[in-house]
Design a protein around this ligand. Structure first.
Ligand code: SF4
Ligand code: SF4
Length: 359
């Protein structure tokens, strides 16, 4: 029998609308029963005659769980691609349902201990706002109190921002600029359909507002030895940490051999092209390709443009990535496709550095 405890809506989505349950391949199954006894949701029963598991209550299966497949000694259990669940996780309503659950059950879920957090919590003041592209807002924040400063952040890192509503959890945004000693940080905020934080950023945030920020955080920082050729790949506002990393490299070594491939869905979503042109102007070996799935950005001698995805751009020019360490930031689906592309090209994982935070 489906158990109501297990078949209740998942993050607000009726369980019946989510295809997630095991499929047993009988021909591979050796009948050990591990899956049947190991699942405490009674998804399976055991056919004692055939010595085979039977999926009787698929809706009891916990969305995203693959424990029985992981513990099956015969690899006889299959699940739908995890991408189907990751796609749901990226929906604002699903994210909000998790957030609401965390807030509602705080008395049960909160860890009661306390250790000093290694990162600092500062109050920042909104110093400038600028709409730089449809649905992208550049936000400049500065310390609200004299003496406070995220002065030591490393290019590629991100901050957690706490919206003014005290009952909300934080959102992560990559820092787009280099540390300048005055504590200013520049963020590129993309409007998320139905997103609570971005509703505030695009609807209510104004110069002079304050908010709490924690950081700096993240390990998407330069790990490559000096002189190693680099490829940067950005998707959408993944350009923010990539911009900071390129600026860092140019400051240290203007001769460094670097490529940037930046992709968006539509060419109107590119922004900061003047900053890219300025970077190219300071560099001796930085080449830029802009990839838009529709439209083309304004032509310029400092950058090439292609119609297509970042994968299309890379597939068309092997010199863009062969022999280079890769630093990529952007939406998780783009990063997964990128990982598959480089795996197919047998690029060592140690050369790949991916960042999905703050985008
Ligand atoms: S994935 Fe988890 S919940 Fe689903 S059947 Fe297997 S062990 Fe049970
Ligand atoms: S764990 Fe694997 S081999 Fe064992 S009964 Fe289940 S499906 Fe068959």
């Amino acid at each position: 029998m489906p158990n109501p405890q297990f078949t209740k809506p998942w993050r607000g989505i009726p369980r019946e609308q989510i295809h997630w349950n095991p499929t047993v391949h009988d021909e591979a199954c050796i009948g050990c029963g591990t899956c049947v006894t190991g699942c405490n949701r009674l998804v399976y029963r055991f056919d004692y005659e055939r010595k085979k598991p039977v999926v009787v209550d698929p809706l009891n299966c916990m969305v995203g769980c693959t424990t029985c497949a992981n513990t099956c000694p015969a690899h006889a259990i299959e699940f739908p691609p995890i991408e189907s669940i990751l796609a749901l996780e990226q929906r604002a309503d699903v994210h909000h349902a998790t957030e609401d659950d965390l807030i509602a059950r705080r008395d049960v879920l909160a860890w009661p201990g306390h250790v000093p957090h290694p990162d600092r919590l500062l109050t920042l003041r909104v110093e400038a706002l600028e709409d730089v592209a449809p649905d992208v807002r550049r936000v400049v924040l500065a310390p609200a109190r004299e003496g406070d400063c995220f002065c030591e952040f490393v290019p590629g890192q991100y901050l957690e921002l706490f919206p003014p509503a005290a009952d909300r959890v934080s959102r992560a945004y990559s820092v787009a600029n280099l540390a300048a000693g005055d504590g200013r940080v520049e963020l590129h905020v993309r409007r998320v359909e139905g997103g609570r934080f971005t509703a505030w950023v695009f609807g209510d945030m104004k110069v002079g507002d304050t908010l709490q920020a924690r950081g700096p955080l993240g390990a998407f920082t330069m790990r490559s030895a000096p002189g190693v050729p680099l490829l940067f790949v950005a998707g959408g506002v993944g350009f923010a940490p990539v911009h900071a990393l390129i600026a860092q490299q140019l400051r240290q070594d203007p001769e460094r051999d670097m490529r940037l491939v930046w992709g968006v869905a539509d060419a109107s979503q590119f922004y900061a092209l003047d900053e890219i042109d300025a970077l190219v102007g300071r560099a001796r070996a930085l080449r830029v390709v802009l990839a838009a799935q529709s439209g083309l950005p304004p032509a310029a001698p400092t950058r090439a443009a292609v119609v297509g995805t970042v994968i299309d751009a890379l597939a068309a020019d092997r010199t863009a990535w062969a022999g280079r360490d890769v630093y990529a930031a952007g939406p998780p689906p783009m990063l997964r496709r990128l990982a598959a592309f480089f795996a197919a090209e047998r690029i060592a994982p140690s050369r790949l550095h991916f960042d999905a935070y703050g985008t």
